[in-house]
Design a protein around this ligand. Structure first.
Ligand code: PLP
Length: 669
């Protein structure tokens, strides 16, 4: 729906680029109780070139991408202002929206006459940045010249120089001088998170270079694992069951005891629901195949052949998602003879259903789709390996509900979270995946299957062979027998217990409810009070922190190490329980004594030859006079071993949210 201004006209905002002004219309879509605002440029007020800016989702060229992000960020804030909305907190998903912070700073400078440094304190304390990709190439970055073309005037409105503006999107010391939107988002946000536990760690590694001297494990970067909306993704048949068990369709998803009630269902009920959903899926598949094949001019004989081989009693494994190459959709085709034996076992047949789309510019992904389609047309795989076209949310729903097993085979650690498996488990579809993304946290024995976590080969080709082999083995020796083993009245008891475990033990951890609760608890409730604290009284504390930071920066390099003493054990081999003393004397000059932290950092060398964080310990200030401070630490290792230590000083202030919020660091030893 169009958002209207008071005169009933479609509400627009505009953005000025050299030589022209681009108008942006605001639309509102209601998603449940939530308003989703959408921006578009495709209307008469704009030139033909500007009208096409919002035509593409991921398409368009690099320049168009920048225009979209300027519209989303700067235009987005203007749209909120035009609608009279004043959010307390801002949550950027990916760096795409990072320009919001620049526009917010501009407004604070204009309306409250803050300096850039004061404004940034206020902005950061109300911003969370969530990154969703585990690879550097997934983060948007633009050439400086391209930015100059559109926002050459903008730095002046922030009262900073062009180079200072550019520095916000760069990492000092990095050869790549492009303006990276994720760096901008990081510099503009107090908090930063990944979308699964493993992805949080990967993100710490990716962003570590912004804070050299800190080990990645020490960074403030956390995680909230993605979840999916239970009412949207569960089958109506399950919805009815939840209602029976809990008395309502809106049961309290945080109450694990309600989920436990699924254990009270008799096996036949679960079996009947599952087979019913599977039948529905097959009815739909036959319909879809017909129209897909007609589109592709597949002969009626082939179609008939596929259709007669389709068997809704066979163990059915689903694989549907974007065909990005890292997801390895063709992994199972490494050994076609072996696969043919598995799917064509006359007593215990297996079939695979694939669906998905590739990004239009992703040639590798397109090739994967071709490969799956080719295999599906081979006589030995007729009706055993299917590829369904036109993958969309409707088909996704049918698949996650109807198949027996949901398969995911990403190359670790490239699946930041993944969510389709989460949709499957809440429908009693058992998950089988590489231990990557959400499955690292989700996997439980007797509630699904996991490929071993350790990457054993650096050679990806070899790794693919090993992973395929592992999957064939698990299917043949474990999974297929479990599916086909039935009791005297025809119920696969073991299988049903896997389904129940899946729904009770895994599904509740990956709902949208749990995800939102995590965001609220870990981030929103941390940001909100601090932001209020910084901004009340005309930004009193934000101003204080900004000026404190400035002083610290000015004084920091004046700190002198007067003396330092640590009896390091020979060969760095520490004994447990032994008391190691350390003493250090600093002249911190004009810096207040509470504002300097001194700490020990212990690391060890891991198998990959990297220093890994073990522990850190604060030194105690034992005396101070005229800036001359004496610090002591007693170190009593709990575990013996070979460690490496370092001593570093950092700026300390009770109102900082975490150490990396103010990055000044000096290693002393
Ligand atoms: C859930 C969903 C996805 C995401 O699937 P992943 O396995 O997490 O990559 C992609 N497309 C559609 C239509 C979906 O519903």
């Amino acid at each position: 729906m169009p958002v209207k201004d008071p005169e009933g006209k479609h509400l627009t905002v505009n953005i000025v680029w050299p030589g022209r002004s681009v108008n942006v219309r605001i639309w509102e879509a209601k998603v449940g109780k939530v308003s989703l605002f959408l921006l578009d440029t495709d209307f008469d007020d704009n030139s033909a070139e500007d009208r096409s800016i919002t035509h593409y989702l991921y398409g368009g060229d690099h320049e168009n991408r920048l225009k979209q992000e300027l519209i989303l960020g700067i235009g987005g804030i203007r749209a909120l202002t035009a609608m009279g909305l004043k959010p307390d907190l801002y949550h950027s998903n990916e760096g795409h929206s990072a320009f919001i912070s620049l526009e917010r700073i501009r407004k604070l400078i204009e309306e409250y006459h803050l300096t850039f440094d004061q404004a940034i304190e206020a902005i950061r304390s109300s911003t969370l940045f969530t990154t969703h990709t585990p690879v550097p190439a997934g983060h948007d970055a633009f050439e400086e010249d391209l930015l100059r073309k559109y926002i050459s005037h903008y730095h002046a409105r922030l009262n900073i120089s062009w180079d200072e503006l550019m520095a916000l999107g760069r990492c000092p010391g990095e050869a790549d001088r492009k303006f990276n939107m994720s760096y901008l988002a990081t510099h503009m946000s107090q908090e930063l998170n990944g979308v699964s536990k493993l992805h949080g760690q990967v993100t710490q590694g990716l962003f570590n270079k912004l804070w050299p001297g800190y080990l990645k494990e020490e960074l403030y970067i956390g995680y909230v694992t993605n979840g999916v909306h239970h009412p949207t993704w569960i089958a109506p048949e399950w919805q009815t069951i939840y209602k029976q068990l809990t008395g309502t369709v809106n049961f309290d998803q945080t109450d694990r005891s309600l989920w436990e009630k699924l254990y009270t269902l008799d096996d036949k009920t679960v079996y009947d629901i599952k087979t019913g959903l599977k039948k529905q899926l097959f009815v739909n598949i036959r319909k879809r195949l017909q129209s897909d094949m007609i589109d592709k001019h597949v002969s009626p004989r082939t179609l008939l052949n596929i259709s007669t081989h389709l068997n809704d009693k066979a163990l059915t494994i689903g694989f549907a998602r974007r065909f990005a190459t890292y997801k390895r959709a063709s992994l199972l085709f490494r050994d076609l003879d072996r696969l043919a034996r598995i799917v064509n076992d006359p007593d215990r047949p297996v079939q695979f259903i694939y669906a998905g789309k590739a990004h239009p510019h992703d040639g590798g992904g397109q090739d994967l789709i071709k490969r799956v389609f080719e295999i599906s047309q081979m006589p030995q795989f007729a009706g055993k390996v299917l590829f369904l076209e036109n993958y969309d949310i409707e088909l996704a729903k049918q698949l996650v509900r109807g198949v027996d097993i949901w398969l995911n085979t990403p190359t670790r650690p490239l699946e930041a979270s993944g969510t389709s498996g989460e949709k499957a488990v809440m429908n009693g579809t058992i998950h089988f995946s590489v231990l990557d993304g959400w499955w690292v946290e989700g996997y439980r024995a007797y509630a699904g299957w996991a490929l071993p976590k350790k990457k054993s080969f650096n050679n990806q080709d070899l790794q693919d062979d090993v992973d395929a082999e592992t999957i064939y083995n698990m299917l043949e020796y474990e999974i297929v027998p479990a599916y086909y083993s039935k009791n005297e009245v025809g119920i696969p008891v073991e299988w049903i217990s896997l389904i129940k475990n899946t729904m009770v033990k895994i599904a509740p951890e990956f709902t949208m409810r749990r995800m939102l609760d995590d965001y609220i608890e870990r981030y929103y409730l941390k940001l909100w009070p601090r932001n209020k604290f910084l901004t009340v009284n005309n930004f009193e504390k934000a101003k204080a922190i900004a000026s404190w930071k400035k002083n610290m920066k000015d004084e920091w390099d004046n700190i002198e190490v007067l003396n330092y003493n640590f009896e390091r054990p020979q060969e760095n081999v520490y004994h447990s329980g032994h008391d190691y003393h350390a003493e250090i004397a600093l002249d911190i000059k004009k810096i207040p004594k509470d504002n300097v932290g001194v700490e020990f950092v212990f690391t060890h060398l891991n198998k990959q030859g990297e220093y890994e964080f073990v522990d850190s310990q604060e030194f105690k200030l034992v005396s101070s006079k005229n800036g001359k401070c004496l610090y002591r630490a007693n170190l009593i290792p709990e575990k013996a071993g070979t460690f490496f230590y370092g001593i570093r000083i950092y700026p300390r202030h009770k109102d900082l949210p975490h150490k990396q919020d103010f990055y000044l660091l000096r290693w002393i030893d």
